[in-house]
Write a protein that binds this ligand. Structure first.
Ligand code: CP
Length: 328
């Protein structure tokens, strides 16, 4: 069954609690990398996320009042940490948090992440971790007695929950099959871009343009995955060659220190000069935070969906927490 049809079947009447419990969640133990999601799992997550929009609109639920979320962030975050913590509060649960784990956890005394997780896993029902080393979340999951969610690992790892909310934002607007997407920015180390590419590969007739200076292009691991899954993609250094033909403009940052050339940065920016070249039906997404690559003048354009995208993070993360916690 095609995934849209599957989704339509699943979008039937909501149960009284609106907290759908379906079997695909049973296969979700930890959330470390986006390829682990199947299309049915994504559709279940999106169905639950729709339900969470209604749960939040009425103030939340107490269904998870006995559950505790721990957030362990070794790197800064605004959206991911706040939305996960808000998600647990809206579900009725409680939150343990250290927002600067490198300084305020025992890592400063040399404790390895494995030991921290073994301990925190005794106090919480689910752990969200942003680790400064690629593979940090996977190391945590290996020893954790409770589900671990990767909120971003290292410089060039993954950020799967960002990709889930990115995809949900697109899905709320149009079918995912047949999408043409420009993923722009510092792609070799862009963990949101990397996770999104893996998820897009799960759908039919996808075309991805990776738009980046050649030295910052997407790494071979992703390109090999796309080849194996017969996904159509192109590596493109020139934004203006593709901006007019894509349905989704997924902008990400380029750190100035990686290019050392302000003019080069401007060539990859979305601004009022670029907007007239885009499809009227296109969507502009950005995981945020932004700097010069996304001009504030774009905010008033109806195609700018990045603040709604960030808002969707709450619903998707609520839904994801329920999929991990509905095992009892
Ligand atoms: N998109 C994202 O991960 O934002 P934060 O760094 O604010 O969590």
């Amino acid at each position: 069954m095609r995934h849209e049809a599957l989704a339509a079947v699943r979008r039937g009447p909501e149960p009284a609690t609106e907290l759908n419990r379906q079997t695909d969640s049973a296969r979700l133990q930890h959330v470390i990398e986006s390829p682990q999601f199947t299309v049915p799992m994504l559709m279940e997550l999106f169905d639950r996320s729709r339900g969470m929009e209604r749960v939040v609109a009425r103030g939340g639920t107490l269904d998870y009042q006995n559950k505790i979320l721990a957030t362990l962030f070794y790197e800064p975050s605004t959206r991911t940490r706040f939305s996960f913590e808000a998600a647990m509060h809206r579900l009725g649960g409680r939150v343990l948090s250290t927002e600067h784990a490198s300084a305020f956890s025992s890592e400063i005394e040399g404790e390895q992440v494995e030991d921290s997780i073994r301990i925190i896993g005794n106090y919480a029902d689910v752990i969200v971790i942003r680790h400064h080393q690629e593979g940090g979340a996977a190391r945590a999951a290996e020893v954790s007695p409770v589900p671990v969610i990767n909120a971003g690992d290292g410089d060039g790892g993954q950020h799967p929950t960002q990709a889930l909310l990115d995809l949900y934002t697109i899905y709320r607007e149009r079918p995912l099959d047949g999408l043409s997407v420009a993923i722009i920015g510092e792609l070799d180390k862009g963990r949101t871009a990397r996770s999104l590419a893996y998820l897009l590969a799960k759908f039919e007739r996808i075309k991805i343009f990776f738009v980046s200076p050649p030295e910052l292009q997407m790494k071979p691991d992703i390109l090999e995955y796309l080849d194996e899954h017969d996904v159509n993609y192109e590596l493109e250094p020139d934004l203006m060659r593709v901006i007019g033909e894509v349905d989704v403009v997924y902008q990400t940052r380029i750190r100035p220190e990686r290019v050392g050339d302000a003019e080069l940065l401007r060539r990859y920016a979305i601004n009022s000069a670029v907007l007239p070249h885009m499809k009227l039906s296109a969507m502009i997404l950005h995981p945020l935070p932004r700097t010069v690559e996304l001009d504030k003048l774009v905010d008033g354009d109806p195609r700018a969906l990045y603040f709604r995208q960030a808002a969707n993070g709450l619903y998707v993360r609520m839904a994801l927490l329920t999929m991990l916690l509905d095992k009892d």
